[in-house]
Design a protein around this ligand. Structure first.
Ligand SMILES: NC(=O)c1ccc[n+]([C@@H]2O[C@H](COP(=O)([O-])OP(=O)(O)OC[C@H]3O[C@@H](n4cnc5c(N)ncnc54)[C@H](O)[C@@H]3O)[C@@H](O)[C@H]2O)c1
Length: 339
């Protein structure tokens, strides 16, 4: 019989965290999840609609608040998986303070709490962006030995968080595992991000904005494949190790936009080049060989199948999009839980 594992997931009302919560509950019938999320602009309880209530407990709380974290973290929890973050690079360019608070301070609060409660393993969900930008050559990839060179305040705050997690392993012998992933796409991504924005605009025959010359390269992965890798790292990873997670799917932004327009049957004339983001990294591409070898993980979706699933989900969930765009999901929270 499967062991009854307990998870404390932070940021589980967000895009990736909510997918992870669903995955754990679906794949591990005896698992229980405490989902700890502050419900910032990006946290959306609509993302948890239909999640089994008996094995899932939602707690609204801030990862920077040690008392709130400690009071919901049970002693002997098997896994603390840290997704909670300020995650939008563009927002970090306008104002970095919240990124430092949540991503850096919040991670340390969680590490301290995990140590105090003797959590079995701490999983830090990180990003390929900590490694900066690669040269524009098809044979350059990030591997686990690539040096850190974060270029945006977002990436710098995630790099700092990784360093703190690494230090907790080295200094306190905590069991820490880190995953570093590229650009996720899939259901329930906040509408201001590149792919949902592209889909929404293309469907409405509105111009599709692409930064600069559109030649920036990102490595795209279907969100559930990322979550499967995080779960594999939790269950099979080696303490103190980092795993790069990618689907060998590096593409120029313009190619991504064209794929979406083609699948929707929309003209490429909708593409509109806009002023580039300051300091925009040119190329990310991930070598996932270590995760494939050591975690036995492989992505299940191809670019085409993942994109089709994503498009279908957004087509069938127009109400989710409208509510997310208008912030209406907050009314639900107010009704359900009060201020
Ligand atoms: N989106 C990507 O492509 C991508 C790629 C690699 C890694 N990541 C990492 O994965 C994680 C999740 O990303 P996402 O895209 O789902 O982000 P998201 O912005 O959709 O969700 C973040 C969640 O964290 C919660 N949160 C924010 N501040 C909090 C706080 N102080 N206390 C408690 N909860 C808080 C929000 O309410 C939200 O539910 C992040 O750590 C991000 O750095 C994301």
């Amino acid at each position: 019989m499967e062991q009854a594992r307990t998870f404390f997931v932070t940021g589980g009302a967000g895009f990736i965290g909510s997918c992870f919560v669903r995955l754990v509950l679906a794949e591990m019938p005896a698992a229980r999840v405490v989902n700890f999320d502050a419900l910032t602009y990006a946290g959306n309880l609509d993302n948890l609609e239909g999640v089994e209530e008996a094995r899932h407990r939602f707690v609204r709380g801030d990862v920077c608040d040690p008392e709130a974290v400690l009071s919901s973290l049970d002693g002997g929890t098997d896994f603390l998986v840290n997704f909670a973050a300020e995650s939008h690079v563009d927002r970090s360019i306008h104002s970095a303070a919240e990124f430092v608070r949540t991503n850096v301070l919040g991670t340390q609060v969680l590490l301290d709490a995990a140590r105090a409660r003797e959590v079995g393993r701490f999983v830090q969900v990180s990003t390929d962006e900590v490694m900066g930008s690669l040269p524009e050559r098809d044979d350059a990839f990030f591997d686990e030995e690539s040096p850190f060179a974060p270029n945006s305040p977002y990436a710098a705050s995630k790099a700092a968080a990784e360093h703190l997690a690494r230090a907790a392993h080295h200094t306190h012998q905590m069991d820490v595992v880190t995953t570093r992933c590229g650009n996720n796409y899939g259901p329930r991504q906040f509408p201001e991000k590149f792919l949902p924005l592209l889909l929404a605009n293309a469907r409405g025959d509105e111009p599709v904005p692409v930064y600069g010359d559109g030649r920036n390269v990102r490595d795209w992965i279907y969100v559930e494949d990322h979550c499967r890798a995080v779960l594999a790292a939790a269950l099979k990873g080696k303490a103190g190790e980092a795993y790069n997670v990618g689907a060998r799917n590096a593409r120029q932004n313009i190619e991504v936009a064209e794929s979406v327009l083609d699948l929707l049957g929309k003209p490429r004339g909708l593409l509109k080049f806009v002023k580039d983001r300051p300091g925009h990294d040119r190329r990310y591409a991930i070598d996932p060989a270590k995760a494939e070898r050591e975690l036995g993980w492989r992505p299940r979706e191809s670019w085409e199948s993942g994109l089709r699933k994503t498009i279908r989900w957004y087509e069938e969930n127009g109400e989710w999009v409208e509510r997310a765009r208008s912030g209406a999901y907050r009314d639900y929270y107010r009704k359900q839980y009060g201020e």
